[in-house]
Design a protein around this ligand. Structure first.
Ligand SMILES: Cc1cc2nc3c(=O)[nH]c(=O)nc-3n(C[C@H](O)[C@H](O)[C@H](O)COP(=O)(O)O)c2cc1C
Length: 206
């Protein structure tokens, strides 16, 4: 057998071997069932109020914010503004004065989800709270998916809480804090709640 025939034969065998490997991999790798993965993430989310003494990386925070900003908004206005807080003094002040947010004192950081008011739109018709709520849920779900924990602590619509957070974070007049979301590595035995209730569902008419 001449040199060229030998090289061709070796190449053909190598090609066949890699084809067989790919075929085997296809047979053994189960297809990813995206719906099941997403459903489990949603279903298993829980509010986390106790955190390990461990900080998040800038990349993790970036991922959370990207997920938040993927939410739907009325007229695609995207009125959300986010303040990432990791300064101890600010976390402690908010934790001490917001009535149901004491966990901030032990949290490594928090994301404050704020909405910018729409100019010339009456307050009752301004959709920013809904837009920012959708963003917050995305953030909470992303935290769950990343093995992190978080909890929505309410600010808007309580005027005293809004005033406190605006003062601590030096927010502009037209930017309203919806909530403060502490985020960290969970140190919390909280179990997901099962909330499905058929009685909440009506078909066609009540
Ligand atoms: C609008 C809103 C306000 C909330 N405010 C607070 C709060 O101030 N402090 C707190 O610890 N949890 C707060 N939560 C979290 C709820 O207590 C929690 O979602 C609820 O108990 C259900 O538990 P789960 O999130 O683990 O399913 C709030 C949640 C929402 C949606």
């Amino acid at each position: 057998m001449n040199k060229y025939k030998l090289v061709s034969l070796v190449l053909a065998v190598a090609l066949l071997a890699s084809l067989v490997t790919v075929m085997k991999q296809r047979q053994t790798t189960a297809p990813v069932d995206t719906a099941s993965v997403v459903f489990k993430n949603i279903y298993d989310r829980r509010s986390i109020r106790f955190f390990k003494d461990r900080v998040l990386s800038p990349a993790q925070v970036d991922t959370l914010l990207r997920a938040a900003m993927a939410a739907p908004t009325g007229r695609d206005r995207r009125p959300w503004r986010f303040v990432v807080v990791d300064q101890r003094a600010a976390l402690d002040t908010m934790g001490a004065h917001l009535p149901y947010a004491a966990m901030l004192i032990k949290a490594p950081m928090a994301i404050v989800v704020c909405g910018e008011r729409t100019p010339r739109v009456p307050e009752a018709e301004d959709l920013w709270p809904y837009d920012c709520s959708a963003a917050t849920e995305n953030l909470l779900l992303m935290a769950q998916a990343m093995g992190l924990g978080a909890v929505w602590t309410a600010v808007h619509p309580y005027p005293d809480r809004v005033a406190l957070v605006k003062r601590v974070l030096r927010l502009p007049e037209n930017v309203i804090p919806l909530n403060v979301v502490p985020v960290g590595y969970p140190d919390d035995p909280a179990q997901p709640k099962r909330k499905y209730d058929r009685d909440n569902i009506h078909y066609n008419t009540w």
